[in-house]
Design a protein around this ligand. Structure first.
Ligand code: NAP
Ligand code: F7E
Length: 326
């Protein structure tokens, strides 16, 4: 019989890539969606699987809806990707971010514990939990957490609760501590998509300037399509565990900007950039760089798409998309 997987956050960036990966492995994939007035399936359309998913309603803020999802699906695997995932908004929406990203995970773990205790659980943890954590120039599974945003703080709660359900009740629960991963279907607020969309609009004459915040921040950026493979691999291990997933190489926002303009054929990029305090954060995470040795060794996972290939892929996709608007 086909294995059954539930993906929460199916309409976001990672959900469609993971669903496509699991469908290729013959899983029956259920996608949890919250109630919408006007749902958009654009990201699933982009990867070409909109009609291959079974949709089920549920909201991370509503415990009984999560109980119902687990009761109806009786999953073998649960991938919890749902979140208020934009760090920048989490100061203005700290309570909502906590309810969805922290308490929602407790609800989901409880639903699994009571209804489907043999289901394996993947939690989307994040490098934002490290924040200013002790660093030797990189972060790995032993690095301290010192989150800098309500987003990061809520994710630490969910991370620890995921470990606690493993230790207290013997559930198969695993945290993937993923560093930034991007793609042509990345949300438009995140800096990479904001840049590649902005560059495409500038190139095609629809925009004059690109307003950005801190250009010196450094991130370890990889391709989302590669990272969902690590999520799957974590749930296939004999022993449940937590893993850092990243490329091990970081770049500044400025480097991302320069390269994006270069791929669009624009050399004098500086004249298009406006440094805008509205996009600076109350507390910044200045630099993140993964040391993903454990994932490389234990999971046998490796990223395939380089930083340069990622930027090129995103610029080309946005040029194509923006051309259709002309
Ligand atoms: P994303 O594009 O923002 O997708 C998140 C999804 O969660 C959206 O589809 C959203 O639904 C859904 N959601 C939000 N609130 C919800 C609620 N109350 N109930 C049910 N669903 C809700 O995020 P992503 O980039 O795919 O990331 C996936 C997960 O990995 C997130 O948990 C994120 O925090 C974590 N993460 C991401 C990265 C990264 O670099 N991408 C790195 C580390 C960890 P709507 O479509 O309705 O808004
Ligand atoms: O910012 C700087 C900003 O919003 C990256 C989420 O997926 O990855 C993501 O969080 C950096 C920050 O991603 C702008 O200050 C400069 O230093 O693209 P971002 P993030 O905050 O790293 C982690 C791993 C997650 O878990 C999250 O869910 O870029 N930056 N200027 C800017 N950022 C934005 N958004 N907009 C700017 O104009």
């Amino acid at each position: 019989m086909a294995k059954r997987a539930i993906i929460t956050g199916i309409l976001g960036q990672d959900g469609p890539y993971l669903a496509k990966y699991l469908l290729a492995k013959n899983y029956k994939v259920y996608g949890m969606v919250r109630r919408y007035s006007n749902p958009t399936f654009d990201n699933l359309d982009y990867v070409g699987i909109t009609n291959k998913i079974e949709y089920i309603e549920g909201d991370m803020g509503d415990e009984s809806s999560l109980m119902n999802v687990i009761r109806v699906v009786r999953p073998d695997e649960v991938y919890n990707l749902a979140a208020q995932s934009f760090v920048g908004d989490s100061w203005q929406m700290a309570k909502l971010t906590t309810e969805v990203n922290a308490i929602g995970v407790l609800y989901l773990l409880n639903a699994i514990k009571y209804i489907s205790p043999t289901a394996k659980f993947y939690q989307a943890s994040t490098s934002e939990m490290f924040g200013l954590g002790n660093t030797k120039g990189y972060q790995d599974e032993n690095t301290n957490f010192h989150p800098r945003s309500p987003y990061g703080i809520a994710k630490v709660y969910a991370h620890m609760m995921t470990i606690n359900f493993r230790e207290s009740y013997g559930l198969y629960t695993s945290n993937g501590i993923l560093f930034n991963h991007e793609s042509p279907i990345r949300g438009i607020q995140f800096v990479t998509r904001k840049i590649t969309d902005g560059v495409a609009r500038i190139k095609l004459g629809l925009k004059d300037k690109l307003h950005l915040g801190n250009l010196d921040a450094k991130r370890d950026w990889g391709f989302a399509g590669d990272y969902v493979e690590a999520m799957y691999m974590m749930l296939q291990q004999k022993k449940t565990d937590d893993f850092v997933v990243g490329t091990g190489i970081n770049h500044s926002v400025k480097e991302f900007v320069q390269l994006s303009f270069k791929y669009a054929g624009i050399e004098d990029w500086e004249k298009y950039i406006v440094i805008d305090p509205r996009f600076k954060r109350p507390a910044e995470v200045h630099e993140l760089k993964a040391k993903p040795d454990k994932a490389f060794k234990q999971l046998g996972w490796k990223p395939k798409v380089s930083f340069e290939e990622l930027v090129k892929m995103m610029v080309e996709a946005d040029l194509k998309r923006v051309k259709k608007l002309l």
